[in-house]
Ligand binder design. Structure first.
Ligand SMILES: [Zn+2]
Ligand SMILES: [Zn+2]
Length: 539
């Protein structure tokens, strides 16, 4: 994700939403939404519309809009809609549960900012609006609390890519030496408050000019990137670089253990000088970090330990490329195996597969396996229905190598009902793993409550793996929960849930989330080479 691409995608998404609220044609809205998604995961930074030539899903109209954005002009249609529809409506739209229809209702009733809506809900009057009710009102108040807490935070996975593109640009400057990501992002926090970089200044230069060329703007003494991220650059010289990197990486309590920090060439030297073992940034926040300075700690799972990715989507459901393209991309990452897990029939919004189409897919995978070097497992991400039954019959599931079962609907059930759904699913002998276990979407949706003791006990007994979903806005199983999972001897599978080849690169976030909870390689089933994994699978 490149800063400029994110900016373009955000503008297109806003345009789509405004059009939708304004009652525009469904196909037009969808075209803008699709274009935003394509551009968000575009493989290279977009600097000219020529790069968008011959890309499926990007027509002349959209190219015109992108061209305006690239020329720093507000696209005409967007300008008109921004004048027509109050800005506050867009802020409300960031909360879950507000679709174009309800936003339009708010607009028609002159409720055009979050504060007014909050007051209305607290006065128990939001429920009187057409199409709203007491349940929506209560849910809104609960969501609002979460939203306020996360309002100024960014997803680590998204911020990291932006940070890397800024790093590359900085390295092009003559008077800039080393550049490193630091702070929360270097510690792989799932949510970060800003992007921080340590920049080595070789000669004096005009910071203003540098900021300008990066497209950085200033607001209330803070600096923002075109992607909307708050950015902080720590300028230093080569002598102090390692010290500044160590200090800014934090967290503060960890840095304070080191009594004196003279200038050193490399960060590791600070540890050596104190007779400490080196502690990698991603576990410096851990309560055991201090203890590990002095005693050996377990060998944690590493990215290079991962041999396969067992949750991804293809064109068959809501992915953007063919199975073959996904397989080749995985092979380039050095994987020995993958599983294709498209959605099941009930998930119509994600183009879920009917049994017939799944059978067709199984045949295609058989053919690909004769042709490619990487092992492709047939699979599905089968929906767990409301009552805990699965969206495909057992007879069909038994034809698949790998079944991952996930909840995509009915999040409002009680803790007992949710636990029952998961338990019932794990009892199904065809189910190998539970997908995105807690249903949490960072900043948007809390995970559902489960009776964790019961869930973990059943996972252990039925030998069901629990998925640590590496998508930047999921990253569940959470760090807290992982400790419990490990202590029970339950296995984890770290998957990207990729919908495009680029999505496979999120694996690092899954691995780092596991490391932050001190997960070792032996607890992770896809850290087994093909032969070992085959044994585990019994295939
Ligand atoms: Zn899913
Ligand atoms: Zn999925």
């Amino acid at each position: 994700m490149f800063a400029q691409n994110i900016h373009i995608a955000n503008e297109l998404e806003e345009l789509a939403l405004l059009l939708e609220i304004d009652g525009a044609n469904f196909f037009k809205v969808r075209a803008y939404k699709d274009a935003a998604r394509i551009i968000r995961s575009f493989e290279s930074p977009i600097s000219s519309v020529v790069q968008l030539e011959n890309i499926r899903g990007i027509g002349t109209g959209i190219k015109g809009v992108v061209d305006s954005i690239l020329n720093k002009q507000e696209p005409e249609e967007l300008a008109l809609l921004r004048q027509k529809i109050p800005q506050g409506i867009l802020e409300i739209a960031r909360l879950p549960g507000f679709g174009p229809k309800s936003l339009k209702t708010l607009w028609e009733n002159n409720i055009t900012d979050l504060e007014t809506l909050e007051k209305l809900a607290r006065d128990r009057k939001m429920r009187e609006l057409p199409g709203f009710g007491p349940k929506t009102e209560l849910k809104f108040l609960a969501d609002l609390e979460l939203f306020k807490g996360h309002k100024d935070l960014y997803l680590g996975g998204e911020a990291e890519r932006v940070a890397n593109s800024i790093k590359e640009k900085l390295l092009e400057f003559n008077d800039v030496g080393r550049v490193e990501i630091t702070g929360e992002l270097r510690r792989f926090e799932p949510l970060v408050s800003q992007i921080e970089l340590v920049v080595e200044r070789k000669n004096d230069f005009d910071e203003k000019k540098l900021f300008e060329s990066l497209g950085i703007t200033e607001k209330a003494k803070k600096h923002y990137l075109p992607s909307g991220h708050l950015i902080k650059l720590h300028f230093t010289d080569s002598k102090n670089f390692a010290t500044v990197l160590f200090q800014t990486t934090g967290p503060k309590e960890f840095v304070e253990i080191f009594d004196k920090l003279d200038s050193q060439k490399e960060e590791k030297e600070h540890f050596a000088l104190h007779n400490f073992q080196y502690i990698p940034p991603e576990i410096r926040h851990h309560e055991k970090a201090k203890q590990y300075l002095k005693e050996p700690f377990p060998e944690l799972v590493e990215l290079s330990d991962i041999f396969g990715d067992l949750h991804m989507h293809s064109l068959y459901s809501d992915g953007v490329v063919s199975i073959e393209e996904m397989a080749l991309a995985a092979e380039r990452l050095g994987y020995e195996y993958i599983a294709i897990t498209d959605h099941s029939q009930s998930l119509t919004i994600a183009n879920g597969l009917t049994p017939e189409r799944l059978k067709e897919q199984i045949r295609e995978i058989e053919e690909l396996n004769n042709k490619l070097n990487i092992q492709i497992y047939t699979g599905t991400e089968v929906d767990i229905l409301k009552d805990g039954t699965l969206d495909f019959p057992s007879e069909l599931l038994s034809k698949l190598d790998w079944v991952i079962a996930s909840i995509h609907s009915n999040f409002h059930l009680t803790k007992t009902e949710m636990t029952d759904r998961i338990i019932k699913t794990m009892e199904n002998p065809h189910v190998k793993a539970i997908g995105h276990l807690s249903g949490r979407i960072l900043g948007r949706r809390r995970g559902y409550e489960l009776d964790w003791d019961l869930v973990l006990e059943t996972a252990k007994r039925t030998n069901t793996a629990l998925e640590l979903n590496a998508t930047p806005d999921r990253l569940d199983v959470t760090e807290e929960l992982l400790s419990a999972v490990l202590s029970k001897g339950v296995k984890i599978v770290i998957n990207t849930d990729a919908h495009s080849p680029e999505g496979l690169n999120n694996m690092i976030w899954g691995v780092m989330t596991a490391r932050r909870a001190l997960v070792t390689k032996d607890a992770v089933i896809n850290a087994m080479p093909l032969e070992g994994f085959k044994d585990w699978l019994g295939k």
